[in-house]
Write a protein that binds this ligand. Structure first.
Ligand code: GTR
Length: 422
């Protein structure tokens, strides 16, 4: 009886995307035939032969297409209204780090929004290069440090971590330590700056909260079809975080590496594509709408992502649900928008939902644009074996294990940043 009841509960609770994951195509022989657009040929068929043509013609038209049809336009300009240092310690992480917690406030008409950035900087570096990232569950989850302020922003319930009634509590302190080797990062001479992504825009299908309503006119409740979804809103927030870092005398703002995992990996790529001040970009297991090629329809597809997360992309993206073949772009061209700045695409072997091969191929097919600048990308057609990174301006690895961020990933990111950013 007990077994029967638990089976029943399991069936009831099996999340919708869990079913979608189980149904997805994971058979390489069923990947449809497709022709990838050449990043170095314009929509009108003109061959791009040099950096000048790329920057004047091709890059803007690709950026425009991704903006209008994938992530959406940011409808206006909004600067940080106020910066407030709420906490600081010169002796964090056993004296190795200088810690700051800084609130960035935004105001417009009757709207206000506060985002708290947690920053660890190596004490022995005068102006540190920084990894900038969002975290999924609040800044207090990335370390056990009791001084980290707990966000009051909306969060999806996760009873196993004590997250109920959409609120974070003490119980989740440090629960994501395994994803954030803060000491290792600081010991390597880098700073780490994080913000809870839900403070910029709560991750739910409701466009009346977070930063979106700041730009609404009258009783508007939704962005226009070509305007920003959540990913573009989060990317916008990373740009404002960088605005702040540019004013922080302890940071080398010309060396800010934007990092993200999964949906936040999609976000990091879009931030790097749209804001060229970012020195480098890391996409960890970003999958569909991130590094993975859409036309392969392997694992998560555009239709599935639009169904499960209708708020992530702009409404126009829905035109490409089950219609990848008509897309005049693919995700290798999103990676190409980051050129000539270093970009690292990482996959995990068991993360078939994110299509590791599609992520690799994006890095490979973006490479000609980096080569236009005299930079090295991926020079082999075949995926490397697991745990054997290809490190160049365009880098790639596939690690053993599941969809996650592991020490292994960070070790490679630091090694690569030492070579191409620091
Ligand atoms: C999944 C989603 C993926 C990925 C992931 C995550 O459910 O289908 O695209 O973004 O969530 O962000 O954890």
């Amino acid at each position: 009886m007990k077994i029967l009841i638990s089976a029943f509960v399991l069936i009831l609770l099996f999340p919708v995307w869990g079913i979608a994951q189980a149904e997805a195509n994971y058979d390489e022989s069923k990947v449809p035939a497709f022709k990838l657009p050449d990043p170095l040929v314009t929509f009108n068929g003109k061959k791009i032969k040099n950096v000048k043509q790329w920057e004047k013609k091709r890059r803007p038209e690709l950026l425009h297409f991704f903006t209008e049809n994938f992530y959406g336009e940011v409808p206006g300009e909004l600067k940080i209204d106020d910066v407030h240092l709420i906490e600081e310690s010169e002796s964090a992480l056993n004296g190795k780090a200088h810690r700051k917690q800084v609130v960035l406030s935004f105001k417009k008409d009757n709207h206000t929004l506060d985002c708290t950035m947690l920053i660890y900087l190596p004490r022995n570096v005068e102006k540190a290069p920084v990894f900038l990232a969002y975290d999924f569950l609040g800044n207090h989850t990335i370390t056990k440090d009791p001084e980290i302020v707990i966000s009051e922003a909306w969060v999806a319930d996760k009873p196993s971590l004590g997250i109920i009634n959409n609120q974070l509590t003490e119980q989740s302190r440090g629960v994501r330590c395994d994803r954030w080797p803060v000491e290792k990062i600081v010991e390597a001479g880098y700073g780490l700056a994080v913000i809870y992504y839900g403070e910029v825009d709560p991750d739910k299908n409701d466009m009346t909260d977070g930063i979106h309503p700041f730009f609404y006119v009258d009783d508007q409740e939704q962005p226009a079809n070509n305007e920003w979804g959540a990913i573009a809103a989060w990317s916008w927030g990373l740009g404002r975080a960088l605005d702040y870092l540019e004013t922080d005398a302890d940071v080398d703002a010309s060396k800010v590496i934007v990092f993200g995992h999964s949906r936040l990996g999609k976000t990091a790529l879009w931030a790097g594509a749209t804001d060229q001040r970012f020195a480098a970009v890391i996409s960890n297991n970003s999958g569909c709408g991130g590094a993975a090629l859409s036309k392969r329809r392997f694992g998560e597809t555009i239709a599935r992502i639009n169904r499960s997360f209708p708020h992530w992309f702009c409404n126009n993206f829905k035109n490409y649900s089950n219609n990848e073949q008509t897309l005049p772009v693919d995700q290798h061209e999103l990676i190409a928008l980051i050129a000539p700045r270093p970009v690292y695409v990482a996959s995990a072997e068991e993360d078939r939902w994110a299509d590791p091969k599609g992520e690799f191929l994006s890095a490979l097919y973006a490479t000609p644009v980096f080569e236009l600048y005299g930079k090295k990308g991926i020079s082999q057609q075949e995926m490397p074996p697991v745990n054997q990174p290809l490190l160049n301006t365009v880098s790639y690895h596939i690690r053993t294990g599941e969809h996650n961020v592991k020490d292994y990933d960070w070790e490679q990111y630091i090694r690569w940043a030492d070579m191409f950013v620091k």
